[in-house]
Design a protein around this ligand. Structure first.
Ligand code: 6PG
Length: 256
């Protein structure tokens, strides 16, 4: 009980002068966590975020010295969510990662576990990814995968991964992966669910830019209302959550 209580205390917030210093620190943390996981368990499992914020991190990890500090043979990449589009689509999170990272590093193809969102039925794509997770993590009934690291962003409406305000996905407690119809996008999204994200050893949010400042304050300091602010639902039960934000995004936060 003590462990659960502790991890649900105020999350760790790291404020950086600008996105560049945030990205450098994030790359070092990625390498540190990869080393630690590979030494302890022979592999590093990570669920990547989509969107634009992590692009600079993925690009940095593909350059020296970071590129050669990572044992890519023992890194397994997953995605926290995906748009319901083929991998060749410009809006695909997988394509974004391919262009900035996967084409530049020697990660074995079998270590890249993308969501096959080209399936015309998003629900089938979600079910297939769920099966992949169960097989890879060798899960029994009612078990959830425990990622070493989950990277997340936060939208200006408080969503994270593809857990959008007012959707059933925010309250999902059984499934590992769901397809969620997002009215405001007029499209499906495929997303890991809260129990999977909250089972991670470490969750890192990347949030930059003044346009996120009001929502960041609301999520971190406002009333707990995850249906309206899905990013609030991320509270790892036996793990930690770190918010890595730049000064522009942190500009509305109360001083410590
Ligand atoms: C996606 C992401 C999504 C993203 C936020 C923030 O597929 O778009 O998973 O949750 O992290 O929307 O996006 P930006 O980083 O582009 O602001």
């Amino acid at each position: 009980m003590q462990e659960v209580m502790r991890s649900q205390l105020k999350p760790e917030i790291q404020v950086f002068a600008n996105p560049e210093t945030l990205t450098q620190t994030a790359a070092a943390e990625f390498v540190r966590q990869a080393d630690q996981a590979i030494q302890a368990r022979g592999r590093f499992t990570i669920a990547l975020s989509g969107g634009s914020t992590p692009k600079s991190l993925y690009a940095l990890l593909a350059t020296q010295p970071w590129r050669s500090r990572i044992l890519w043979n023992q890194v397994h990449l997953f995605w926290g969510d995906e748009r319901h589009v083929p991998p060749s689509d410009p809006s695909s999170n997988f394509r974004m990662t391919q262009e900035r990272l996967l084409f530049q590093v020697p990660i074995p193809q079998e270590n890249v576990h993308r969501i096959k969102a080209e399936n015309p039925d998003a629900k089938v794509a979600a079910a297939e990814y769920e099966q992949n997770l169960k097989q890879f993590f060798e899960l029994g009934e009612h078990q959830f995968p425990r990622f070493d690291l989950v990277l997340l962003g936060m939208g200006s409406n408080g969503h994270t991964a593809s857990l959008f305000p007012g959707t059933d996905a925010v309250r999902e407690q059984t499934r590992l992966v769901v397809a969620s119809w997002i009215e405001e996008l007029n499209s499906y999204r495929i997303t890991l669910t809260p129990p999977v994200l909250n089972n991670a050893a470490c969750v890192i949010f990347f949030v930059t830019g003044s346009e996120k400042a009001t929502m960041l304050k609301t999520v971190l300091e406002g009333q707990y209302q995850p249906d309206r602010l899905p990013a609030q639902i991320i509270r790892p039960t036996q793990g930690k959550v770190v918010w890595m934000v730049d000064q522009a995004a942190a500009s509305s936060l109360s001083p410590n």
